[in-house]
Design a protein around this ligand. Structure first.
Ligand code: HEM
Ligand code: HEM
Length: 174
Protein backbone atom coordinates (compact mmCIF):
# COMPACT_ATOMS: atom_id res chain seq x y z
CA UNK A 1 0.00 0.00 0.00
CA UNK A 2 1.25 3.54 -0.76
CA UNK A 3 2.05 5.66 2.33
CA UNK A 4 -0.43 8.51 2.97
CA UNK A 5 2.29 10.92 4.15
CA UNK A 6 5.92 11.83 3.53
CA UNK A 7 8.63 9.97 5.48
CA UNK A 8 10.75 11.75 8.10
CA UNK A 9 13.77 12.19 5.80
CA UNK A 10 11.67 13.85 3.07
CA UNK A 11 10.05 16.13 5.63
CA UNK A 12 13.41 17.21 7.10
CA UNK A 13 14.82 17.88 3.60
CA UNK A 14 11.68 19.81 2.57
CA UNK A 15 11.81 22.24 5.51
CA UNK A 16 15.60 22.54 5.64
CA UNK A 17 15.73 23.42 1.95
CA UNK A 18 12.75 25.78 2.22
CA UNK A 19 14.62 27.83 4.87
CA UNK A 20 17.96 27.72 3.03
CA UNK A 21 16.44 28.66 -0.35
CA UNK A 22 14.64 31.69 1.07
CA UNK A 23 17.86 32.82 2.83
CA UNK A 24 19.85 32.22 -0.34
CA UNK A 25 17.47 34.34 -2.48
CA UNK A 26 17.61 37.20 0.05
CA UNK A 27 21.43 36.97 0.18
CA UNK A 28 21.70 36.89 -3.64
CA UNK A 29 19.54 40.01 -4.05
CA UNK A 30 21.35 41.86 -1.27
CA UNK A 31 24.94 41.02 -2.24
CA UNK A 32 24.61 42.21 -5.86
CA UNK A 33 24.05 45.73 -4.47
CA UNK A 34 27.36 45.73 -2.56
CA UNK A 35 29.90 48.23 -3.94
CA UNK A 36 32.69 47.07 -6.26
CA UNK A 37 35.18 49.22 -4.35
CA UNK A 38 38.11 46.83 -4.22
CA UNK A 39 37.40 45.91 -0.57
CA UNK A 40 36.88 42.21 0.15
CA UNK A 41 33.29 42.70 1.43
CA UNK A 42 31.57 41.94 -1.90
CA UNK A 43 33.86 38.99 -2.73
CA UNK A 44 33.43 37.42 0.70
CA UNK A 45 29.62 37.56 0.59
CA UNK A 46 29.71 36.18 -2.97
CA UNK A 47 31.77 33.30 -1.58
CA UNK A 48 29.20 32.68 1.18
CA UNK A 49 26.43 32.64 -1.47
CA UNK A 50 28.39 30.26 -3.71
CA UNK A 51 29.17 27.89 -0.82
CA UNK A 52 25.57 27.63 0.43
CA UNK A 53 24.38 27.47 -3.18
CA UNK A 54 26.57 24.41 -3.75
CA UNK A 55 25.21 22.86 -0.52
CA UNK A 56 21.70 23.43 -1.91
CA UNK A 57 22.73 21.85 -5.22
CA UNK A 58 23.97 18.74 -3.39
CA UNK A 59 20.84 18.63 -1.21
CA UNK A 60 18.50 18.72 -4.21
CA UNK A 61 20.39 15.85 -5.88
CA UNK A 62 20.04 13.85 -2.65
CA UNK A 63 16.35 14.81 -2.42
CA UNK A 64 15.62 13.85 -6.02
CA UNK A 65 17.39 10.51 -5.61
CA UNK A 66 15.41 9.85 -2.44
CA UNK A 67 12.11 10.90 -4.09
CA UNK A 68 12.77 8.34 -6.84
CA UNK A 69 13.85 5.56 -4.44
CA UNK A 70 11.28 5.87 -1.63
CA UNK A 71 7.79 4.37 -1.98
CA UNK A 72 5.54 6.81 -3.84
CA UNK A 73 3.30 8.84 -1.51
CA UNK A 74 -0.40 8.35 -2.38
CA UNK A 75 -1.90 11.29 -4.30
CA UNK A 76 -4.34 13.46 -2.35
CA UNK A 77 -7.94 12.44 -3.01
CA UNK A 78 -8.88 15.54 -4.99
CA UNK A 79 -10.17 16.51 -8.45
CA UNK A 80 -8.05 15.21 -11.35
CA UNK A 81 -7.09 18.69 -12.59
CA UNK A 82 -5.85 19.68 -9.12
CA UNK A 83 -3.85 16.45 -8.84
CA UNK A 84 -2.23 17.12 -12.23
CA UNK A 85 -1.52 20.76 -11.32
CA UNK A 86 0.09 19.70 -8.01
CA UNK A 87 2.33 17.06 -9.56
CA UNK A 88 3.28 19.39 -12.44
CA UNK A 89 4.15 22.18 -9.99
CA UNK A 90 6.21 19.81 -7.80
CA UNK A 91 8.17 18.59 -10.84
CA UNK A 92 8.81 22.15 -11.92
CA UNK A 93 9.97 23.04 -8.39
CA UNK A 94 12.50 20.20 -8.54
CA UNK A 95 13.66 21.27 -12.03
CA UNK A 96 14.17 24.87 -10.85
CA UNK A 97 15.85 23.80 -7.60
CA UNK A 98 18.37 22.06 -9.88
CA UNK A 99 18.63 24.73 -12.62
CA UNK A 100 19.28 27.64 -10.22
CA UNK A 101 22.43 26.24 -8.53
CA UNK A 102 23.73 24.69 -11.78
CA UNK A 103 23.51 27.98 -13.68
CA UNK A 104 25.08 29.78 -10.69
CA UNK A 105 27.94 27.29 -10.54
CA UNK A 106 28.73 27.27 -14.27
CA UNK A 107 28.32 31.04 -14.52
CA UNK A 108 30.93 31.30 -11.76
CA UNK A 109 33.19 28.74 -13.45
CA UNK A 110 33.28 30.90 -16.61
CA UNK A 111 33.76 34.16 -14.68
CA UNK A 112 37.47 33.43 -14.33
CA UNK A 113 37.41 33.97 -10.53
CA UNK A 114 38.44 31.07 -8.30
CA UNK A 115 35.50 29.30 -6.60
CA UNK A 116 35.77 28.55 -2.89
CA UNK A 117 33.67 26.08 -0.95
CA UNK A 118 33.69 27.48 2.62
CA UNK A 119 37.26 28.68 2.11
CA UNK A 120 38.55 25.64 0.22
CA UNK A 121 39.56 26.54 -3.33
CA UNK A 122 38.05 24.21 -5.93
CA UNK A 123 40.06 23.06 -8.95
CA UNK A 124 39.70 25.35 -11.97
CA UNK A 125 37.87 23.43 -14.70
CA UNK A 126 37.67 26.22 -17.32
CA UNK A 127 39.06 29.64 -18.06
CA UNK A 128 37.24 32.99 -18.37
CA UNK A 129 34.56 33.02 -21.10
CA UNK A 130 32.51 36.23 -20.97
CA UNK A 131 29.69 35.25 -23.35
CA UNK A 132 28.94 32.03 -21.45
CA UNK A 133 29.17 33.83 -18.09
CA UNK A 134 26.66 36.45 -19.26
CA UNK A 135 24.23 33.88 -20.62
CA UNK A 136 24.41 31.76 -17.45
CA UNK A 137 24.01 34.83 -15.23
CA UNK A 138 20.79 35.58 -17.11
CA UNK A 139 19.60 31.97 -16.67
CA UNK A 140 20.49 32.14 -12.95
CA UNK A 141 18.53 35.36 -12.48
CA UNK A 142 15.44 34.25 -14.46
CA UNK A 143 15.34 30.73 -12.98
CA UNK A 144 15.70 32.14 -9.43
CA UNK A 145 12.79 34.53 -10.13
CA UNK A 146 10.69 31.66 -11.55
CA UNK A 147 11.51 29.61 -8.43
CA UNK A 148 10.38 32.44 -6.14
CA UNK A 149 7.11 32.86 -8.08
CA UNK A 150 6.41 29.12 -8.03
CA UNK A 151 7.12 28.96 -4.28
CA UNK A 152 4.59 31.79 -3.79
CA UNK A 153 2.03 29.76 -5.79
CA UNK A 154 2.93 26.65 -3.76
CA UNK A 155 2.25 28.52 -0.51
CA UNK A 156 -1.04 29.90 -1.92
CA UNK A 157 -2.08 26.35 -2.85
CA UNK A 158 -1.16 25.25 0.68
CA UNK A 159 -3.31 28.08 2.16
CA UNK A 160 -6.22 27.09 -0.11
CA UNK A 161 -6.02 23.54 1.28
CA UNK A 162 -5.65 24.75 4.85
CA UNK A 163 -8.30 27.48 4.91
CA UNK A 164 -10.83 26.57 2.20
CA UNK A 165 -10.72 22.80 1.74
CA UNK A 166 -9.65 22.19 5.38
CA UNK A 167 -8.18 18.82 4.39
CA UNK A 168 -5.21 18.88 6.83
CA UNK A 169 -2.70 18.70 3.96
CA UNK A 170 0.11 19.86 6.25
CA UNK A 171 -0.10 16.57 8.18
CA UNK A 172 1.44 14.89 5.13
CA UNK A 173 4.57 17.06 5.35
CA UNK A 174 5.32 17.10 9.11
C1 HEM B 1 11.50 27.16 -0.65
C2 HEM B 1 10.28 26.83 -0.41
C3 HEM B 1 9.64 25.49 -0.80
C4 HEM B 1 9.95 24.58 -1.77
C5 HEM B 1 11.08 24.65 -2.80
C6 HEM B 1 8.98 23.49 -1.67
C7 HEM B 1 8.96 22.38 -2.50
C8 HEM B 1 8.08 21.32 -2.39
C9 HEM B 1 8.06 20.14 -3.22
C10 HEM B 1 9.01 19.88 -4.40
C11 HEM B 1 7.08 19.32 -2.77
C12 HEM B 1 6.71 17.95 -3.35
C13 HEM B 1 7.44 16.89 -2.57
C14 HEM B 1 7.48 15.57 -3.33
O1 HEM B 1 6.44 15.11 -3.83
O2 HEM B 1 8.59 14.99 -3.40
C15 HEM B 1 6.45 19.98 -1.65
C16 HEM B 1 5.39 19.48 -0.91
C17 HEM B 1 4.73 20.18 0.08
N1 HEM B 1 5.02 21.47 0.54
FE1 HEM B 1 6.56 22.60 -0.06
N2 HEM B 1 8.11 23.77 -0.65
C18 HEM B 1 8.48 24.99 -0.08
C19 HEM B 1 7.87 25.65 0.96
C20 HEM B 1 6.70 25.25 1.54
C21 HEM B 1 5.96 26.01 2.52
C22 HEM B 1 6.40 27.41 3.04
C23 HEM B 1 4.85 25.27 2.85
C24 HEM B 1 3.72 25.58 3.78
C25 HEM B 1 3.55 26.68 4.45
C26 HEM B 1 4.91 24.02 2.10
C27 HEM B 1 4.03 22.99 2.20
C28 HEM B 1 4.09 21.80 1.52
C29 HEM B 1 3.18 20.69 1.71
C30 HEM B 1 2.01 20.65 2.70
C31 HEM B 1 3.57 19.67 0.83
C32 HEM B 1 2.92 18.29 0.64
C33 HEM B 1 1.99 18.32 -0.54
C34 HEM B 1 1.35 16.96 -0.75
O3 HEM B 1 0.93 16.34 0.21
O4 HEM B 1 1.29 16.52 -1.91
N3 HEM B 1 6.04 24.05 1.31
N4 HEM B 1 7.08 21.20 -1.44
C1 HEM C 1 19.38 27.29 -4.79
C2 HEM C 1 20.52 27.95 -4.90
C3 HEM C 1 20.64 29.39 -5.30
C4 HEM C 1 19.71 30.41 -5.26
C5 HEM C 1 18.26 30.36 -4.79
C6 HEM C 1 20.38 31.60 -5.78
C7 HEM C 1 19.78 32.85 -5.91
C8 HEM C 1 20.39 33.97 -6.41
C9 HEM C 1 19.76 35.25 -6.60
C10 HEM C 1 18.29 35.59 -6.27
C11 HEM C 1 20.69 36.11 -7.10
C12 HEM C 1 20.50 37.59 -7.49
C13 HEM C 1 20.05 37.53 -8.94
C14 HEM C 1 20.38 38.73 -9.76
O1 HEM C 1 19.56 39.65 -9.78
O2 HEM C 1 21.43 38.69 -10.42
C15 HEM C 1 21.92 35.38 -7.28
C16 HEM C 1 23.09 35.90 -7.79
C17 HEM C 1 24.27 35.19 -7.92
N1 HEM C 1 24.46 33.86 -7.63
FE1 HEM C 1 23.09 32.58 -6.89
N2 HEM C 1 21.68 31.29 -6.13
C18 HEM C 1 21.88 29.96 -5.85
C19 HEM C 1 23.03 29.23 -6.07
C20 HEM C 1 24.22 29.75 -6.56
C21 HEM C 1 25.44 28.98 -6.79
C22 HEM C 1 25.61 27.47 -6.53
C23 HEM C 1 26.37 29.85 -7.26
C24 HEM C 1 27.82 29.60 -7.64
C25 HEM C 1 28.56 28.59 -7.22
C26 HEM C 1 25.74 31.16 -7.35
C27 HEM C 1 26.38 32.31 -7.79
C28 HEM C 1 25.77 33.54 -7.93
C29 HEM C 1 26.47 34.73 -8.43
C30 HEM C 1 27.94 34.81 -8.87
C31 HEM C 1 25.51 35.76 -8.42
C32 HEM C 1 25.74 37.24 -8.82
C33 HEM C 1 25.09 37.56 -10.13
C34 HEM C 1 25.74 36.81 -11.26
O3 HEM C 1 26.94 37.01 -11.50
O4 HEM C 1 25.07 35.96 -11.84
N3 HEM C 1 24.42 31.07 -6.92
N4 HEM C 1 21.71 34.08 -6.84
Amino acid sequence: MQPARYDRFSVVLHWLMAVLIMGQVALGLWMIGLPKDGSSLRASWFNVHKSWGMVLGLLVVLRLAWALLRPRVAALPQARHLRLAASGAHRLLYALMLAVPLSGLFGSVFSGYPIRFFGMQLPKIAGRWDAAKELLSGVHQVSALALVLLIALHVLAFLYHQLVLKDALLQRMR
